[in-house]
Design a protein around this ligand. Structure first.
Ligand code: PLP
Length: 651
């Protein structure tokens, strides 16, 4: 659906405002004077800047198919430095007595290149890693070699997991096993005795304080993990009975990810700090106070307590944690412990962007290249049934005065036609006519309603019906499972033409054959938009869009719906010497059909053999010529070896 506008008035600044780029962009994303998205990987306006369309050009030259994830490795580094500096300056300003020892929970994005980059950037700060499962501790032990950095083991643990953690202690690492359920405590104590190594133990409390937003269930008394207060007391008794209270090194809680409201953070730190203080007084010499994850990302840029936003900054978060902890430690007269945070989302979300192409659009009631009326004229005009005649009358006699009444009549007529069609009274052609006339009516109605003094609520309904759907080459289930699974919003913005007015209100649909594979909720500073204004497609011209802030959780949770596999990936580094200010350091090719099918227990060579034998049979029968048969099997084999998404360069 096209929106009336005055193209001359449009500007890059209006695009920035409409898509909220500077707000959710956090200093890393903006729009340049060419109307292209630009990336400032260091988060500073006067720092180096990459024009995303230069990257798109490189992808095209290197024939890297879309969709493609762009990873800005310098941005990842900048986030690691930012969190460490935020805590360090809060500590300095408050003259807080402990230090900061952050850890990155690898579950948020386990890609080796992501983990390596984070560790490298965090090395001066002794930034560590968190593992939440047996499979995660394997790379964590191999990569986190700094004896000063923490390795924190969360999640339920079996004997094998505990032995791996103790192996870490044997090789001189600060591996802390967090007790999630009481039975893990005697188990770790027994194993450490057997392996002859002193464990480092953490106690996770199930706080009464709750998080907020979509992940509320991770906290509160009914949460899945952590010890209740009576269980914590029992844990102290177990440790004391075995003379091991010195091994309790860390106090931990996690009230959920993406906490939008700083008050929830403050409440949890307050409750946690009191428990820490009491445990200290009971003889546990706890050195680390671990506030878990939860530091949010402002996905919609609204700076509010909306679930996709947050009403605080990383700096405020660090200051509040340190301040509250200090206040309580001072009043309880216990030492100020080292602060640990397990922020994942806030570290990785910004660094990756999914870029893809829009390859077409569909509009209800619209036949590509023709108006609904011309299509109706071509249909056989024998004796029209009453429903068609009446709908034609409604359309032809529509005025501003009867608009709403006629709209309701038309809705009823459409419904009546459907019922009559189901009963076999109305033909398929007549049904097509009624629906075509109805669509024409809506198109006439909308500008009328827009002119009305009090806009009728029916206008929104009509807009949704007429709304365009832009078809984008990606799978929502692979790229942004949280959008589908828990209603999380991500900024979606055209990558170019931002100096032109976007005049088409549209939703975005993916290429999976699932009606859920559709984006019809877009960020908005006040609410959620159900449609986004996008530019009209120009024949023969590519149109690119990006989904931003997808670096946390999305990559690793994406599924293989419709056998669309992992997408291509390029790792981008800044380079001041380069005319484009960047270079592509690494290309990781996404899954081929062969890879995805093998994971599902199909043997690609067997598939080729089976299809070839059917083709051979048709060749023998003379239905297919031998040369054509060879071409068919070659193209089948090419597809097996090819990318699972639509070909973005050949159309
Ligand atoms: N720590 C624990 C125990 C978690 O369960 C999680 C994830 O929910 C995190 C840290 C990471 O949280 P976030 O990504 O919100 O920083």
């Amino acid at each position: 659906m096209k929106v009336q506008g005055t193209p001359k008035e449009w500007s890059v600044d209006r695009s920035k405002d409409y898509y909220y780029v500077p707000y959710w962009g956090g200093g890393y994303f903006n729009v340049n004077e060419k109307g292209h998205i630009s990336i400032q990987p260091m988060g500073t306006v006067d720092g180096p800047s990459i024009d995303i369309m230069d990257v798109m050009e490189d992808l095209r030259e290197k024939e890297i198919g879309l969709p493609c994830v762009l990873r800005f490795q310098d941005l990842l580094r900048a986030r690691v430095i930012e969190i460490n500096e935020a805590f360090n300056s809060a500590i300095q300003e408050l003259d807080y007595k402990g230090g900061y020892r952050g850890v990155y929970p690898i579950k948020v994005n386990q890609m080796r290149e992501v983990v390596e980059e984070i560790l490298d950037a965090g090395a001066p700060y002794h930034y560590g890693l968190e593992a939440g499962s047996k499979a995660e501790i394997l790379p964590v032990l191999a990569f986190n070699t700094d004896p000063e950095a923490l390795t924190i083991c969360n999640g339920y643990k079996d004997e094998e997991f505990l032995r791996l953690a103790l192996l870490g202690r044997k090789i001189g690492r600060k591996v802390i096993v967090v007790i999630e359920k009481l039975s893990e405590l005697p188990h770790i104590l027994d194993l450490s005795e057997e392996m002859g190594v002193e464990p480092m133990i953490g106690i996770r409390a199930r706080l009464s304080s709750k998080g907020a937003g979509k992940w509320l269930q991770s906290s509160g008394e009914l949460a899945k993990f952590g010890l209740t207060v009576p269980e914590i007391i029992q844990a102290v008794e177990i440790l004391k009975a075995r003379g091991m209270e010195r091994c309790a090194k860390l106090f931990h809680f996690h009230i959920g990810t993406q906490i939008p409201d700083i008050l929830r953070v403050k409440g949890a730190v307050q409750e946690g700090a009191r428990i820490y203080a009491k445990l200290h007084k009971m003889g546990l010499n706890i050195e680390y106070f671990d506030v878990g994850g939860g530091l949010g990302v402002d996905y919609d840029g609204s700076q509010t307590t909306f679930p996709s936003s947050m009403n605080y900054t990383m700096k405020q978060y660090a200051s509040d944690v340190a301040y509250i902890l200090q206040q309580i430690c001072q009043s309880e007269k216990v030492p100020e412990p080292n602060i640990v945070s397990e922020s994942g989302r806030a570290i990785t979300a910004h660094h990756s962007v999914l870029v893809t192409n829009v390859f077409g659009s569909i509009q209800t009631g619209q036949i590509e290249g023709a108006s609904a009326t011309s299509f109706l004229d071509k249909l056989p005009a024998e004796e029209e049934v009453t429903q068609v005649r009446e709908m034609r009358y409604i359309l032809n006699s529509l005025t501003e005065n009867n608009a709403i009444e006629w709209y309701h009549d038309a809705l009823a007529k459409k419904e009546e036609t459907l019922n009559a069609f189901n009963l076999g009274i109305v033909s398929l052609v007549d049904r097509a006519k009624v629906e075509g006339l109805f669509a024409e009516l809506l198109k006439k109605l909308l500008p009328m309603m827009d002119q009305m003094k009090r806009k009728p609520e029916e206008a929104e309904e009509i807009k949704s019906f007429l709304c365009n759907q832009y078809m984008a080459n990606f799978s929502l289930f692979q790229t942004a499972p949280d959008f589908w699974g828990c209603g999380q919003l991500f900024p979606i913005v055209p990558l170019h033409r931002l100096n032109e007015e976007p005049t088409v209100e549209s939703t975005v649909v993916d290429i999976t054959c699932d009606s859920d594979g559709k984006i019809d909720r877009f960020i908005d500073r006040e609410d959620v938009k159900s449609r986004l204004l996008i530019h009209p497609l120009q024949p023969g011209e590519p149109y690119y869009v990006g989904m931003f802030l997808i670096g946390a959780y999305q990559d690793i949770m994406g599924d293989m719906h419709n056998c669309f596999g992992r997408v291509n990936e390029v790792h981008i580094f800044m380079d001041d010497e380069d005319p484009e200010d960047f270079y592509i350091e690494e290309i990781i090719r996404g899954d081929t059909a062969e890879m995805v099918l093998s994971r599902l227990q199909y043997s690609p060579s067997e598939l080729v053999r089976m299809v070839k034998s059917s083709i051979d049979e048709k060749v023998r029968e003379g239905v297919i010529r031998p040369k054509e048969g060879v071409q068919l099997i070659d193209s089948y084999e090419d597809s097996i070896r090819g990318y699972t998404y639509l070909n973005s360069y050949k159309g």
